[in-house]
Unconditional design. Structure first.
Lengths: 265, 377
């Protein structure tokens, strides 16, 4: 098998443990991300882990790719400390305000330049949860995509992946190149080791701006985003309680009837 | 002045916190019950790399330094102070060999200590006391091919878990009459005996070591004959005390976390007790102690990383933070009311653990002796 080059796309997201502190900016309707520390999107860690496993089996290179503000360096360093060989940070004011398609265009342009045969992503991000960027990258690169992957192997340039489906799993095969997005059930991501942290502090993070990519000016950022957000709001939620009276048998029948009526069972 | 942790130390915190919560936390109950250190944890800490934080890369460490080590010990101790003290005392053994050992000793012992083949330790305290070094009674009698050790060391952390113990014994009189040795488990006359049962830090291994006509070759002396006092004092004050401070800092953080959680959850008179001034003042005290303690710990570690003298600052940190941990734990128990005295709640453990931290590495009175020398100089 030729040299395996895997690019893993990573998104820094607000730490889900601190979501209670997240606020929406009433003007821009965007999350005020500065209020909460960022972490590597949890499913992207699954993607990193799978890439490192494959590299350990077959040799090759794992490159981390992230389109994010400059402070995403911390998450890129963490990925290096986990064992990635290189990290690229795509950061440019022109990329700001991107929807999933504009994000995918920037990532795809970088992946073309990096010349990777395998592209791994988390199945979805913990904050946006659209699950669109991975498949959009595949579409833009013109390669097959496997989504919600739980296991993946590469033999003689053929990728075989088990993917979560509605009622079970589906197994797909494809020649390289392939984009795969990983489920939370794919593996248990490794922790960065102390030696990994030491090595990461020596390895540099490569910064690319729009000028480094072969991309039309109106393809990225807010300008390149067909999605227009009209409103973001917290839906009202309320609870109500009802106490059913009667003998245990009567209460059980009434409860069953009410659950059926509400189509809950 | 930059009060932000360096990038590496932040990564260490993230990795060690996750390790502590996923690997160490499930072991805590059993450690409390049995008082024993879980042996599998040694290798797991080795794989993570925390055993090699103050050891050079050529001997298998990462040498991320003492600030990173403080953060690591703090994060482990936040979940289990017993695991935290075990880790920090391991660093004492590794640092004594790394700073004062010969090339041959470093190559022989440090890679195994970093991997987690066993834990390191320093056996200095004797039944006559720990801080009165000149009063020690253990002897190392020179012979034609080495030294014969006789004596008894007590309250030794990692005593039964260590394959190579750094210890000190008298080779003469006065401050230059003490020498340091590495004694390997299995050497004839070496015995790791009695297991101590402690009120807190249960699950850290504490015991007694006896040397009975224990013959070690000249290759086992650390530094030169007569260097033992310097090696012991520097290791205890700069590594051991900053490590105890970090252990207590982890306890303090845990006290704060649990006190705030409980105060926000527990409802009294129709509102969370966090809205009562009596509770707010207690939480404010814990928070202030936590913030002050963290700065003291990090400064002492930073000085050591800069290659500057840190003995006084580490002793100051140790004395202040261990006392602050006891204060915080007492308040955390009180905020919990009756629940605080129940074994289901961790705050009672923090109190017992914090109390043990006071005497480990030198009592508060010994600490004040050191601090007052600096204050009055």
């Amino acid at each position: 098998m030729e040299h395996l080059h895997i690019v893993v796309c990573m998104k820094p997201v607000p730490d889900p443990k601190k979501w209670g502190k997240l606020k929406l900016d009433p003007e821009t309707m965007l999350l005020r991300r500065g209020d909460v520390p960022a972490i590597i999107n949890p499913l992207d860690r699954q993607a990193i882990e799978q890439a490192l496993i494959l590299r350990d089996q077959h040799g090759g290179t794992v490159t981390l790719l992230t389109m994010a503000p400059p402070d995403a360096e911390d998450q890129a360093s963490e990925a290096l400390a986990m064992g990635c060989d290189a990290a690229y940070l795509l950061s440019d004011p022109a990329f700001a305000g991107a929807d999933t398609l504009a994000t995918a265009r920037v990532l795809a342009a970088a992946i073309r330049k990096l010349d990777a045969k395998l592209v791994f992503c988390g199945a979805y991000s913990a904050d946006g949860s659209t699950a669109q960027v991975g498949p959009q990258v595949a579409e833009l690169l013109g390669v097959p995509d496997f989504v919600q992957v739980v296991a993946l192997e590469v033999r003689n340039d053929v990728v075989r992946a088990r993917c979560e489906a509605h009622d079970g799993e589906t197994v797909y095969e494809s020649d390289l190149p392939v984009v795969a997005t990983f489920s939370r059930n794919a593996n248990v991501p490794r922790l960065p080791t102390m030696r990994g942290i030491m090595q990461a502090s020596r390895a540099g993070i490569v910064r690319w701006t729009a000028a480094d990519l072969d991309l039309r000016a109106d393809a990225s950022g807010l300008k390149g985003s067909p999605t227009q957000m009209l409103n973001v709001f917290t839906p009202p939620s309320s609870r109500k309680g009802e106490i059913l009276q009667g003998t245990p048998n009567e209460v059980a029948s009434r409860l069953l009837a009410r659950l059926r009526e509400q189509r809950l069972i | 002045m930059d009060f932000d942790l360096p990038k590496e130390a932040k990564l260490v915190r993230r990795a060690v916190r996750e390790f502590a919560e996923s690997v160490v936390a499930p072991l805590v109950d059993e450690m409390e019950q049995t008082g024993e250190f879980p042996p599998q944890l040694i290798k797991q800490m080795g794989d993570l790399g925390v055993l090699g934080l103050v050891t050079a890369p050529e001997y298998g460490g990462s040498n991320l330094g003492y600030l990173a080590r403080t953060v690591a010990v703090e994060e482990v101790s936040r979940v289990s102070a017993a695991a935290g003290i075990s880790l920090q005392v391991h660093h004492m053994g590794a640092a004594a060999i790394g700073e004062f050992g010969s090339e041959r000793q470093k190559a022989k012992y440090l890679p195994a200590l970093c991997r987690g083949d066993s834990l390191g330790t320093c056996a200095i305290t004797e039944p006559t006391g720990g801080s009165d070094l000149l009063g020690m009674t253990s002897t190392a009698r020179p012979t034609s091919d080495g030294y014969v050790l006789n004596g008894r060391k007590c309250f030794i952390t990692n005593c039964h878990l260590s394959d190579a113990v750094v210890t000190v014994a008298k080779t003469g009189e006065g401050p230059k009459g003490i020498s340091a040795f590495i004694v390997e488990k299995g050497t004839a006359g070496f015995c790791a005996g009695r297991h101590e049962r402690k009120m807190g830090l249960r699950g850290s291994d504490t015991g007694e070591i006896t040397f009975k006509d224990c013959l070690v070759s000249r290759e086992h002396i650390v530094g030169n004959e007569g260097d033992g006092m310097t090696i012991a004092l520097k290791t205890i004050s700069e590594v051991g005390r900053s490590g105890m401070a970090a252990t207590a800092l982890g306890i303090l953080q845990a006290c704060y976390d649990e006190a705030v959680k409980f105060a926000k959850d527990r409802t009294l008179y129709g509102r969370p007790i966090a809205q009562l001034q009596a509770i707010q003042w207690q939480v404010a005290d814990i928070y202030a102690d936590l913030e002050a303690s963290r700065l003291l710990c990090y400064r002492a570690a930073w000085l050591k990383d800069m290659g500057r003298d840190s003995a006084t600052e580490a002793t100051l940190a140790k004395t202040y933070v261990t006392e602050a941990a006891v204060r915080a734990a007492k308040k955390a128990v009180e905020i919990h009311g009756g629940c605080g005295t129940m074994l289901e709640y961790p705050v009672q453990r923090y109190f017992r653990d914090a109390m043990v931290c006071i005497s480990a590495g030198g009592t508060s009175e010994i600490g004040k002796l050191v601090i007052s020398r600096a204050a009055l100089s």
